[in-house]
Write a protein that binds this ligand. Structure first.
Ligand code: FE2
Ligand code: FE2
Length: 347
């Protein structure tokens, strides 16, 4: 969901509960909350509304009340599967989802596509706050829980990767990129035969945090359209060692997760950064992270660059850029993307 536009003059009220703000940007006034995204007997700390007719909402219940099985049954008996939340309480909802993620993702009655949306929402909330305050004592534990959930969903549910890939190209920013790299890296490692659950979780965690050093760089630099000057490029490249410094005080990320942070810009040719490692010095997880990182950067829309088609990006990585990447892994990656079901289901 796009961030809410601030203080923009409202022009029309479309019937779906959204408001069209200036410059044609659609911002949600009411956001749907599907009943299967509410945990039975949990305390819901935001207002919930019923849509009575297109564009008209009435308060269903106030905040800090328990949502019970009786509520659910009554709503479903009335064919209500969706409640609504005001856009201004979106953050509370996202935090609610993060708190209840274990229960929601473990519920066999919730469709995979919905689980993927819930995981993405929780990942976004978590990484957003981690990028703002990367040294917070809860930064790594929160991200680690998200990494664990990402791995579980990919490994246990053969449809998950396909649904994730469909959601990935939208709203591109560092947070979205980190989520994408985590998913691609986990999918690739699993397809390449990594089966140890702790290793996969550490890989996913390292990938979620791989660009955390960018949180210390000027935002103007991060979002600058077009090419960097040499000075800007040099500053940009410091994000790797900055990330290492942020995370090295925290032993919970572990050496495998750190490998992803440290090596995701190293290249087999030895001309990567920051250390110019060669193939013999690069860890499997560094190689995997490099492929996932570049592939996602190439295939996502940015403000200044249209996304490449997956097939074109993979072609480029296996021809002109072939010497940079582990071609055995790249072939595995192509197979994974082509047939996520068969590869991922082979656990
Ligand atoms: Fe990076
Ligand atoms: Fe990156």
């Amino acid at each position: 969901m796009a961030p809410l536009a601030r203080a923009a003059p409202l022009v029309t009220d479309p019937p779906d509960g959204s408001v069209r703000a200036a410059f044609g940007h659609l911002r949600p006034l009411y956001i749907p909350v599907y009943l299967d995204g509410l945990v039975t007997d949990s305390v819901v700390d935001f207002h919930l509304y019923l849509q009575t007719s297109p564009g008209h909402f009435i308060l269903f219940r106030g905040p800090d009340l328990e949502f019970t099985g009786a509520h659910r049954t009554r709503l479903l008996a009335n064919r209500v599967e969706t409640l609504w939340l005001k856009g201004e309480e979106r953050r509370r909802y996202d935090q609610y989802v993060e708190r209840h993620l274990d229960t929601l993702l473990g519920n066999p009655q919730i469709a995979t596509s919905r689980k993927v949306e819930l995981l993405q929402s929780a990942t976004h909330t978590t990484l957003d706050s981690v990028m703002v305050d990367p040294r917070h004592t809860q930064a790594v534990p929160r991200t680690r829980r998200i990494a664990q959930q990402t791995v579980q969903l990919i490994v246990r549910d053969s449809e998950a990767l396909g649904h994730m890939a469909a959601l990935m190209a939208r709203d591109y920013d560092t947070v979205r990129h980190s989520m994408n790299v985590s998913v691609f890296a986990t999918g690739l490692a699993h397809a390449a035969g990594v089966r140890n659950a702790n290793d996969l979780r550490d890989l996913a965690l390292g990938a979620l945090l791989h660009d955390i050093g960018k949180s210390e760089l000027p935002r103007d630099l991060i979002i600058k359209p077009g090419a960097y000057t040499d000075d800007e490029m040099a500053l940009m490249r410091t994000h790797v060692t900055r990330g290492e410094q942020i995370l090295q005080q925290d032993t919970r990320i572990g050496p495998l997760g750190m490998m992803v942070v440290s090596q995701h810009h190293e290249r087999l040719t030895g001309d990567g950064y920051p250390r110019g490692l060669d193939a013999s010095q690069m860890h499997l997880f560094g190689r995997i992270a490099g492929i996932a990182d570049v592939y996602d950067a190439m295939t996502s829309d940015r403000s200044y660059q249209r996304a490449m088609k997956p097939v074109d990006a993979l072609q480029l990585m296996s021809t002109h850029l072939a010497s940079h990447f582990d071609q055995g892994l790249l072939r595995e990656f192509v197979r994974t993307l082509r047939a996520p079901r068969s590869n991922v289901a082979a656990a």
